[in-house]
Design a protein around this ligand. Sequence first.
Ligand SMILES: Cc1cc2nc3c(=O)[nH]c(=O)nc-3n(C[C@H](O)[C@H](O)[C@H](O)COP(=O)(O)OP(=O)(O)OC[C@H]3O[C@@H](n4cnc5c(N)ncnc54)[C@H](O)[C@@H]3O)c2cc1C
Length: 508
Amino acid sequence: MAKNEDYDVIVVGGGNAALTAALSAHENGARVLVLEAATEEERGGNSRFSGGIFRAAHDGLEAMKPILHSSNERWYGRVESEPYTAETYRADWMRTSAGRPDPALVDTTIDRSFETLQWMHDLGVEWDLTADKLMDPDKQPDGTTIQLPPGGAIRARHEGIGLIERLYAAVEAADIDVWYSAPASELIAEGATVLGVRVRLEDSFLDIHGQVVLAAGGFEANPEMRLRYLGDGWDLVKVRGTRYNMGEMLRKSIDAGAQPAGHWGGAHAVPLSQDAPAMGDLRYTDKFSRYSYPYALLVNDAGERFVDEGETEVWLTYAKTGWAIRAQPGAQAYQIFDQKVVHLLEPRYSTSQPVVADTLEELAEKLSISAEGLRNTVDAFNAAVPDDAEGRTDPFSLDGVAAKPAGQPAKSNWARRIDQGPFVCYPVTCGVTFTYGGLRVDEQARVITQEQKVMANLYAVGEIAGGFFYHNYGAGTGLMRGAVFGRIAGANAAVAAKARSEKNEVAA
Ligand SMILES: Cc1cc2nc3c(=O)[nH]c(=O)nc-3n(C[C@H](O)[C@H](O)[C@H](O)COP(=O)(O)OP(=O)(O)OC[C@H]3O[C@@H](n4cnc5c(N)ncnc54)[C@H](O)[C@@H]3O)c2cc1C
């Protein structure tokens, strides 16, 4: 393949943030190159592994219908989605991230969220409601109206696989060059002015010049960096997504003068089936995630609870629950359901065989955990559940049915006695999704230097940008901020490339 060494815009990465940046730069008149470290078969980064949920501010179901795929008509009348206002979105984000995110980045994501879904729709991305994601609608009692979590109501059709397929189809239709197995290995710069990137090919390096948009993910696939930044034991956790996000351009960009930002000791980490592969597998994508624990008791090897399983809606707690599991002995835990709630399990639980037992003692023996500890935990928990819990419980909303057993964490919602065997248990561990530390960017996606200046000709979007998330996270925000900022960065890089070439023409 003849490789031209000059482009207006070079996008580093091949996931959601990269492809939206590439499409936006192209739309704004730029000649664009996408550099993807992965092979063509493995392209698409974590975005391809994702559930495809996009957290957007919206005005409710009616407002979403124009961008939904026609097959969603089967849900109309069966599902409801309250509007998700910008104010609620902001409050959820700030609360889950302990008030620390850069407000300009948060506001930009939120304010441009729904229009970005519309823009992606126009590019060919198809959208579905998330009606069958959190539980199987057909297993719910007749006449049940499914309440979608307003912040997690919409996802790409066929999830991450469909998202990436549609984005690459748009990239190919636009004739944008994509090089596979072409990792960027460092920035080419003169002082703090970026001129391009160096690409590491199998037998040589190649220097390419142009505006650079970094969209190369975090360092979640790199055990050495996980250990260094996240701490002891993090080198051993399972990785949910791509093996290619090694943090190389993150480190190299800091070496070149870019400023680190955000929660470098933090990462998105979830309850993952113990039988999940050590590294993401595209045959399963996110099907080993285990998010029905609000209806369970979650215990460790000692049979003890260690989190409030019902603190709030699951999509605002799951990303920190993996941390809590990793801190348990052996980084393992057990979700225990009784027969009253098994119909509420997410459909994807079917990828594992549960451990089933008629009694708690038998279950503990099968799991090799403390039978005495489990019995004590469940007895104390059951005793703390209000007598009218069954009449008041509502799986679709924060029902406020709480238990506060002495010596255990409270369960703030969905507290029901665990008393109807056979008991069904899914063993879980911690799966890391992506890391929160990244490069400092402004609301124009421009990278900021260690001297607080704009680093000329360099943009960073998606996981590689820091300052967005701290400690915890609301489902769907990762893809949303990647697309919003990808679109912004692509447009800005295209405009900057044009200005630069006009300047060069005048000089010539
Ligand atoms: C199982 C799973 C489920 C998820 N579900 C959701 C969800 O439903 N909603 C949501 O919002 N988020 C979800 N996420 C998180 C979400 O996938 C990420 O936040 C998002 O995809 C990040 O997009 P990105 O483009 O920044 O990175 P990625 O999609 O990871 O893309 C990074 C790209 O950079 C490439 N790359 C790496 N290094 C280099 C280099 N040196 N040179 C060139 N290319 C390089 C990689 O190959 C990859 O193509 C999920 C993640 C996983 C793993």
